[in-house]
Design a protein around this ligand. Structure first.
Ligand code: GLN
Length: 538
């Protein structure tokens, strides 16, 4: 039977609950246990799909097409277990399910209430779609004390009673600040946060203390005493030099050992830290650096391209180089400044994006990469812009554009209301923006003798998608005659999935998001190849 581990946070947000959950999941998995990691988000959006990356960072996409919180990306990258639709839920989704049910009269005349109906739905999520997992780690978004978190905390409290206290473990992550002026580590915020948690009936079993400095024994004892937690279960997490050190740091603090001790479970084998030690060393020791320009709308918010930043780092790991990301805001990139701005870069990347703002800057940068033969990778919107650039400047279709932002253009990129998935026709709907894109894994067939086939070393691949518009296939022959090859197509040959340039050392556009499948311990071949090209460029 599965054991459940709930991870809550206190004092402030962004303490690294996701990374802590992911690291614990890795440690338990490498000890031979079957693990699942899930996230509950207290906001009212049904999913983060319609949220601006400025607000909430990137939207992560799973194989089965869920648009989820970016923490699921951390889980996947650390555990190498693909997340599913059933691993992320929000208050919005819970309420929309409940309201749908209520409208159908399924509550048989009862008053629908937070307790028990909302809490029941949360408990259903926690144990739903679980088979033979040994551990289910559930992270609760937000911080204790937020109004939105309350139903989730109430639900996990009830859940522990329902299945038995010995089968549920509560981990609380808090901040232990260091005050420079008095040269002291302060435990009071942690005490208050745990007090808040206890006031709703949850006694943490383990407290993880995020701190700038190592916490002296006396302070640990104080936390143990005031928070009613055994001293061995006061775990510190001091800022690491790279996130790949996190599993090592939690292992040294015996987090996994204490979890197993709590559940009275014997480890199947010892945790394997070798791969993390190896890549930590590589990341910290790499001296050679390549400059990669990333040109997008949200570059100033670090989390907006989280998986992409990670995938580029993974590409750097496989090539023994450090990645220096030069983040350029696309709408500030003026055509006459391109030469100056992109002078020092070894490669150019245009990530996914939506809407008109900044498109002309992106197109100019692509033109520069194509003509100067600088390695270029266009992802999703980036590929669409690369096709437009080529059509305008090589095929001389001056009005070539995307109907996403110009309805009067020559519709080289347009809406497809129907497409083929597993033989079924799926109708796209233009009414709602949420959840109506082409989402999740789709297959692409790769052309013989293409660069992309060489990179993937396969003729068929499956990658994750998240887009509404498609490259119009009607001009395929014209493009190919002039050197832009449609080297990856959907199995029915209708939708261009990958483009590449014949007379260019490395110029690739992909309609999907390869970054979601890259992992530090198994870097994605496309990113390894892209960084290799950048390394060889200059
Ligand atoms: N806006 C484009 C579309 O919807 C591209 C989306 C993306 O880059 N993820 O097709």
């Amino acid at each position: 039977m599965a054991r459940y581990i709930f991870v809550t946070g206190g004092v402030v947000s962004s303490l690294g609950k996701g990374l802590s959950s992911a690291s614990l999941a890795y440690l338990l998995k490498s000890r031979g246990f079957k693990v699942r990691v899930r996230k509950m988000d207290p906001y009212l959006n049904v999913d983060p799909g319609t949220m601006s990356p400025f607000q909430h960072g990137e939207v992560f996409v799973t194989d089965d097409g869920a648009e989820t919180d970016l923490d699921l990306g951390h889980y996947e990258r650390f555990t190498e277990i693909s997340s599913k639709q059933s691993d992320n839920i929000t208050t919005g989704k819970i309420y929309s399910d409940i309201i749908k049910k209520e409208r159908k009269g399924k509550y048989l005349g009862k008053t629908v209430q937070v307790i028990p109906h909302v809490t029941d739905r949360i408990k259903e999520f926690i144990k739903g779609d679980i088979k033979d997992e040994d551990f289910v780690i559930c992270e609760i978004g937000g911080t204790v004390g937020d109004i939105e978190s309350l139903p989730f905390l109430e639900a996990i409290r009830q859940f522990s009673n329902d299945i038995g206290k010995s089968k549920t473990l509560f981990i609380h992550l808090t901040l232990v600040p260091f005050l420079k002026s008095s040269d002291e580590i302060k435990t009071k915020p942690t005490q208050h946060s745990v007090k808040e948690l206890r006031s709703i009936g949850i006694q943490p079993d383990i407290v993880i203390c995020r701190s700038q400095k190592s916490i002296p024994f006396d302070q640990r004892r104080k936390i143990s005493l005031f928070c009613n937690v055994p001293i061995d279960n006061v775990i510190e997490t001091v800022d690491v030099r790279t996130i790949y050190e996190a599993p090592i740091s939690f292992y040294n603090e015996k987090l996994d050992k204490q979890v197993l001790k709590f559940f009275k479970i014997k480890s199947k084998k010892s945790a394997n830290l070798k791969p993390w030690k190896k890549i930590t060393k590589t990341v910290l020791q790499n001296k050679k650096q390549v400059n990669i320009a990333i040109i997008g709308k949200y570059v100033n918010l670090k989390d907006a391209y989280k998986s992409l930043d990670e995938a580029l780092t993974h590409g750097g790991i496989s090539n023994n180089v450090k990645i220096n990301l030069i983040r350029i805001e696309s709408d500030k990139l003026k055509t006459n400044q391109i030469n100056k701005e992109l002078k020092k870069v070894s490669a150019i990347l245009i990530p996914g994006g939506f809407g008109k703002r900044g498109t002309e800057g992106k197109i100019s940068a692509i033109n520069f990469a194509r003509i100067k033969k600088i390695p270029f990778l266009g992802i999703c919107f980036g590929m669409q812009m690369a096709v437009i650039e080529f059509a305008r400047n090589v095929l001389k279709i001056k009005k070539a554009g995307s109907t996403e932002f110009n309805t009067n253009c020559f519709p080289l990129i347009g809406l497809i209301d129907e497409w083929n998935k597993n033989g079924k026709i799926i109708k796209g709907t233009r009414k709602d923006l949420g959840g109506t894109m082409r989402l999740g894994l789709y297959e692409a067939k790769l052309k013989h003798n293409s660069m992309i086939k060489n990179i993937y070393k396969s003729v068929s691949i499956k990658e994750r998608h998240r887009h509404r518009y498609e490259v119009n296939n009607n001009l395929k022959n014209k493009f190919e005659e002039k050197g832009m090859i449609f080297s990856g197509m959907s199995p029915d040959n209708k939708l261009p999935e990958i483009i590449e340039l014949k007379n260019h050392p490395w110029f690739v556009g992909v309609q999907f998001h390869p970054e979601f499948k890259s992992r530090p311990l198994s870097p994605h071949p496309l990113f390894s190849s892209f960084i290799k090209a950048a390394k060889n460029y200059k």
